[in-house]
Design a protein around this ligand. Structure first.
Ligand SMILES: [Zn+2]
Length: 289
């Protein structure tokens, strides 16, 4: 599933290829991915010049002279810059450009291609309710949204309304880098641990973003991304040694998702912790003066 590194990479590639070009035609094969009737969608965007391409979490925002084209690649998608003569076998959308090229979109499972008029982005519910982008959020802002929350850290990170862009692939290494067990609850995190988690989000996402996303997704030119399986620290590396301590990485079930952790580096914080702190205090009291 594409996450922030892949989405950032696709947005960057599309910005380079599309800005300054005009959408001259649109072919819709799968209308259910749209948020309006195909005829209306075509009318809104045909003749639109692409001004910019940005992203927020797992959404790509193509800003045009006639409003926004919003894309969510769902479980994965091939978004290719090609020509009508070299179209892939399967596609659900084609956007023709005034330079003779076109962008074809094929969702592996399901995705969204939406339109929002200029100035009305806040009325597009699916993007309006997203939390701050996981790589844009400041450390102070992150502390702010974590404090006072009680849920498990992994579920918190996966909920796009808290922070946008993290999914079940990159969250594994993020939690490893933060030294946190996925089931650790947020109310147990101290300030320095929250800061470490914020840093881990950056360190867990940026290397892949710099390499054009993961190997299992294609770039706009149809090449695999440069972030490889070997680049993962513990994610999907069951039975392989932890890069820090050498302990075998284990796979476990956490709620509805699977997790990969180093059982030595990512110990679950138990309620007993409180007891341990209490014991320390008691020991302090008993210390001879
Ligand atoms: Zn370890």
């Amino acid at each position: 599933m594409p996450e922030l590194p892949e989405i950032m990479s696709r947005a960057r590639e599309m910005k380079r290829a599309l800005v300054g070009k005009t959408i001259t035609g649109i072919e819709v094969v799968q209308p259910k991915c749209l948020n309006m009737r195909p005829a209306t969608f075509k009318k809104r965007l045909t003749g639109a010049a692409v001004l910019d391409v940005t992203h927020h979490g797992k959404w790509i925002f193509i800003h045009t002279s006639q409003g926004y084209l919003l894309m969510n690649l769902g479980m994965g998608a091939d978004v290719l810059l090609t020509t009508r003569k070299k179209l892939p076998e399967k596609y659900q959308f084609i956007f023709d450009l005034d330079n003779g090229k076109c962008v074809s979109v094929r969702f592996w499972w399901f995705g969204y291609v939406h339109y929002a008029p200029e100035g009305k982005l806040d009325r597009h519910e699916m993007t309006a309710k997203l939390g701050p982008d996981a790589l844009e959020i400041s450390r102070d802002e992150f502390r702010e949204i974590v404090r006072g929350r009680r849920g498990a850290v992994k579920m918190f990170l996966l909920n796009q309304e808290n922070v946008a862009g993290i999914g079940n692939a990159y969250v594994q290494d993020i939690l490893f880098l933060a030294g946190l067990h996925p089931a650790t609850t947020l109310d147990r995190l101290k300030d320095d641990e929250i800061d470490r988690l914020w840093q881990a989000i950056r360190d867990g996402l940026l290397p892949a973003a710099k390499k054009g996303g993961s190997w299992y997704e294609k770039t706009l030119r149809g090449k695999p991304g440069g972030f490889l399986y070997e680049d993962l620290l513990v994610g999907y590396r069951e039975g392989k040694p932890c890069p820090t301590c050498g302990t075998d990485v284990v796979k476990l079930r956490t709620g509805s998702t699977q997790s990969f952790i180093c059982p030595s580096c990512q110990k679950k914080k138990r309620a007993a912790r409180k007891g341990a702190a209490g014991r320390q205090r008691a020991a302090g009291r008993n210390r001879p003066r």
